[in-house]
Design a protein around this ligand. Structure first.
Ligand code: HEM
Length: 345
């Protein structure tokens, strides 16, 4: 939890803004393009820096390895794990090969952290894993650290990227909101932007369900009695689309959340209870900063095209055409080049 709150969260804002500026500087003007490859790169780079504490060689290697690794992992997420290794040409064989490369890179990051004299001052999650101790005083093993980092990556990368692509998809179809958001970003405000992110997550939750197993003898839910051992699915999309929970549930209307905190038993894109998404505050900060930066840098042109359809990628649900956009530049090219250059490390 600590890295995802307070001082550390504020420190990551700068990282998110830098990554967004760098990406937006490459967007073509006046033609249709999908924004999701960009949002995937932004959220990947942000996690590599904020969670893995990666720089230099390891940053470059992970940036190359992880996109195909995550894509294959997403596709295999629901496939049974074979008991025998079917070789490097089989999907699982390729997966395990990439996993071994991943472990080797993380090993080097841990070595580097162990040698770092300023480890205590670092804000990344890997640094905290390396210094943390169990109750009996023992350290986390390398395998545990590698697993935990990979969990954060797979839980936090695609989810945030697909939500941002949906934000582009929704906002271009709601020009009034888009106009107000741009004016608000220029004026330094954020109330409507906060509400818009909440409404995007309500109307287009990228994780559609979360599962719990009944541990009590019997669980009473409404008129149902569910025995121990059974699984219960909270159907996130169904709750969000229920008119008795959200009036005119199918309408995209950020105004409903302006100055209003969502009820966390009704608005559940991050799940709920003890196992609610540990990265929720981090993701919310990230989406806010990406949107603010995009709104200040470019004008997203509205569209009357039909809504993009949902496409299930194995973990998250994305807009089928990748959150297409057409843009005009707002910031003059010279200033833009300079500010983008300033952030290239
Ligand atoms: C918009 C972005 C995100 C969405 C929609 C999302 C959604 C979710 C959902 C639905 C769960 C399951 C919660 C439950 O069962 O109640 C979850 C769990 C989790 N998420 Fe996220 N997440 C996002 C971003 C992130 C980020 C950025 C990170 C970390 C950097 C992260 C790390 C995790 C972890 C580690 C868990 C497992 C928590 C546990 O089991 O205790 N997520 N997330």
């Amino acid at each position: 939890m600590p890295p995802f709150h307070g001082r550390r969260l504020a420190a990551y804002e700068r990282v998110v803004e830098e990554e967004t500026l760098r990406e937006v500087a490459t967007w073509p003007v006046g033609t249709t393009f999908p924004t999701m490859p960009s949002t995937m790169r932004i959220t990947l780079n942000v996690i590599l820096r904020a969670v893995f504490g990666a720089e230099g060689e390891e940053f470059a290697e992970l940036r190359e390895l992880l996109p195909p690794f995550v894509e294959l992992g997403s596709r295999l997420a629901l496939a049974p794990i074979p008991q025998v290794d079917l070789g490097r040409w089989s999907p699982w064989g390729r997966f395990w090969l990439m996993r071994r490369r991943y472990d080797a890179i993380v090993d080097r990051l841990i070595d580097r952290a162990a040698r770092d004299e300023h480890l205590d001052d670092r804000d990344d999650v890997l640094a905290m894993f390396v210094t943390s101790r169990y109750e009996d005083g023992s350290a986390m093993t390398r395998a545990e650290i590698a697993d935990q980092l990979l969990t954060m990556l797979s839980a936090g990368h695609e989810t945030t990227a697909t939500t941002l692509a949906w934000a582009v998809e929704r906002l271009r179809r709601h020009p009034d909101v888009l106009r107000e958001l741009a004016a608000e970003a220029d004026a330094g405000g954020r109330a409507l932007r906060d509400a818009a992110v909440v409404e995007v997550q309500r109307t287009r939750p990228v994780i559609d369900q979360t599962i719990r197993q009944v541990k009590a003898e019997n669980l009473e839910i409404g008129r149902w009695t569910i025995p121990r051992g059974h699984s219960v699915i909270a159907a996130i999309g169904l709750v969000h689309r229920d008119d008795s929970v959200f009036p005119h549930a199918r309408a995209f209307d950020p105004a409903r959340f302006v100055g209003v905190k969502p009820n966390l038993y009704q608005w559940i894109p991050f799940g709920g209870g003890h196992r609610r998404c540990v990265g929720a505050a981090f993701a919310t900060m990230e989406m806010d900063v990406v949107l603010r930066t995009v709104l200040r840098q470019v004008e997203l042109l509205p569209t009357t095209e039909p809504d993009e359809r949902p496409h299930f990628r194995g973990v998250a649900i994305a807009p089928r055409r990748g959150g297409e956009a057409v843009i005009r530049r707002r910031v003059p090219a010279v200033g833009r080049a300079a500010s983008a250059e300033g952030v290239l490390r």
